[in-house]
Design a protein around this ligand. Structure first.
Ligand code: F6P
Length: 394
C-alpha cells in the first residue's frame, strides 16, 4: 500500500446495529478522496491482537453497503476486550494488550484507529488513548444510551422496527379485544420503549426510569373500557423494574460479563391477564430490532460520522469522538461518553406529551412527575426537527 503515513485502521466493536456499514463506507470514501487508505480489523478489537485479522478496505469492496445491516467487519461482545460497560466501574485492560495493539499498528503503518462502538467499546478506546494509541471514537447503539451525543445511529432503526411491530399488534389487538404486550430492547434505558410507544400509540409505556405499579397499569386499561376501547397496547422496556423491584434477566450473569436482560414482557402479560381476566398476548421483539437495513436517518447520520471521524484522524484529534449536536456533527472527548449513561428524564418532552395524551407510565403515585435521576447521569437532549426523535425536545 502506498502513502503509508496516511493509512487508517477501523473496527466495529460490541453488539451490532444498523448503520455500521454506512460508517465504514463513509470513512473509506472520504479517506480515499484525501489520499488515504483504510484497513478494517475483523471481530472488533480482537482483530488487532494475535492472530491479527484485517482486510484492506477500498471504494470497491465498500460499495453498495450503505443500506446493509450488521457489519462487514464482524463484531463481538466477548473476548479479551469485553464487558467494559458504562454504568459499571471501569475494568482496566491487560497491559500486554496495549503493547500488542501498538505492535499491530506499527507493523501496518497506521496513523490512527477509528473505533465504532457503544459505551463499553468506547471505554476501551479511552484506555487506548490514555496509553498513547492514536484513536478516535464513533458512538453506536440501538439503545441511544450514550452521553455526549444527542443520538447514536441504530436507534432510529430500532424504533422503526418496534413501531412497525406496534402497528401490527394494534390491528390484531383491536380485532380480538385483547391486551398486547410488546417487550423492546434498550438495556437500562427506556428510549426505544418511549419512542416506539408514542409512535405506535401504546396506552401504557413501562420504562426503567419511571417506577410503576400493577394497579395503575390496570386502571388505565379499565379506563379504556369505559371509552369503549376493549383492547390495549403495552410497550415495556426490557430493563424496566418490576413493581416489587428487580430486573428480569435471562440467566444469572457470568462474572465480568454484561447481564442479559429480557422476559419482563411475559411477566407483565401473565399478571395483567390474571388481574383483568382479559386475553393477553406478548411479543418479545428481541434482535429483530438490531438487524436489517438502517433507516434513512441512520444512513445519513452514520455516513456523517464516518466522514467526520476521518477528518479527526487527519487533524490528529485523538481521544475525541464524533457526536451529533443537531444540526451539527461535532467532536467531544471520548471520556465524556463513557462510564455514565443517558436515560429518559421523567419530565422530558416525550414523557410529558405522552401523559398529556393520556398514555400511562403506571407511575407510583399516579399523576405525578418524579424526576428520576440516572444511575450516573441524566441528560435532556436537543430536538431533531422533523424526525421521531424530536419527541424528546424540551
Ligand atoms: O445494547 C444493545 C442490545 O441489543 C441491548 O438492547 C440488549 O439488552 C443487548 O444488546 C443484547 O445483547 P446480546 O448481543 O448479548 O444479545
Amino acid at each position: 500500500m502506498p502513502n503509508a503515513t496516511r493509512r487508517i485502521g477501523i473496527l466495529t466493536a460490541g453488539g451490532d446495529c444498523p448503520g455500521l456499514n454506512a460508517v465504514i463506507r463513509g470513512a473509506v470514501k472520504s479517506a480515499a478522496r484525501l489520499g488515504s487508505e483504510v484497513v478494517g480489523f475483523r471481530r472488533g478489537f480482537e482483530g488487532l491482537v494475535d492472530p491479527v485479522t484485517y482486510m484492506p478496505l477500498d471504494t470497491k469492496n465498500t460499495s453498495g453497503i450503505i443500506n446493509r445491516g450488521g457489519t462487514i467487519l464482524g463484531s463481538t461482545n466477548s473476548g479479551r476486550f469485553s464487558a467494559r460497560v458504562g454504568i459499571e466501574d471501569r475494568q482496566d485492560l491487560d497491559p500486554e494488550l496495549f503493547a500488542e495493539v501498538e505492535r499491530t499498528m506499527s507493523q501496518l503503518d497506521l496513523c490512527g484507529l477509528i473505533c465504532i462502538g457503544g459505551d463499553g467499546s468506547l471505554s476501551v478506546a479511552q484506555q487506548f488513548h490514555e496509553h498513547g494509541i492514536p484513536v478516535v471514537g464513533v458512538p453506536k447503539s440501538i439503545d441511544n444510551d450514550l452521553s455526549a451525543t444527542a443520538f447514536t445511529f441504530g436507534f432510529d432503526s430500532a424504533v422503526a422496527c418496534a413501531t412497525d411491530a406496534m402497528d401490527r399488534l394494534h390491528t390484531t389487538a383491536a380485532s380480538h379485544d385483547r391486551i398486547m404486550v410488546l417487550e423492546v430492547m434498550g438495556r437500562h434505558t427506556g428510549w426505544i420503549a418511549l419512542h416506539a410507544g408514542i409512535a405506535g400509540a401504546a396506552s401504557v409505556i413501562l420504562i426503567p426510569e419511571i417506577p410503576w405499579t400493577w394497579e395503575n397499569v390496570c386502571q388505565k386499561i379499565l379506563e379504556r373500557d369505559t371509552q369503549g376501547k376493549r383492547f390495549s397496547l403495552v410497550a415495556v422496556a426490557e430493563g424496566a423494574e418490576l413493581p416489587g423491584g428487580g430486573l428480569v434477566t435471562r440467566e444469572d450473569p457470568t462474572p465480568g460479563q454484561q447481564v442479559r436482560l429480557g422476559g419482563i414482557g411475559q411477566i407483565v402479560a401473565r399478571e395483567l391477564e390474571e388481574r383483568l381476566k382479559r386475553e393477553t398476548r406478548v411479543v418479545i421483539l428481541g434482535h429483530l430490532q438490531r438487524g436489517g437495513p438502517p433507516t434513512n436517518f441512520d444512513r445519513a447520520l452514520a455516513t456523517q460520522f464516518g466522514a467526520h471521524a476521518v477528518r479527526l484522524v487527519f487533524e490528529r484529534r485523538f481521544g475525541e469522538m464524533v457526536a451529533y449536536h443537531p444540526p451539527a456533527v461535532k467532536a467531544v472527548p471520548i471520556q465524556d461518553a463513557v462510564n455514565r449513561i443517558s436515560r429518559v428524564s421523567a419530565d422530558s418532552a416525550g414523557v410529558v406529551a405522552a401523559r398529556a395524551l393520556g398514555v400511562s407510565f403506571g407511575e407510583y403515585p399516579p399523576n405525578t412527575s418524579p424526576v428520576v435521576k440516572s444511575l450516573r447521569d441524566t441528560e435532556e437532549r436537543p430536538a431533531r426537527p422533523g424526525g421521531p426523535a424530536s419527541l424528546r425536545s424540551a
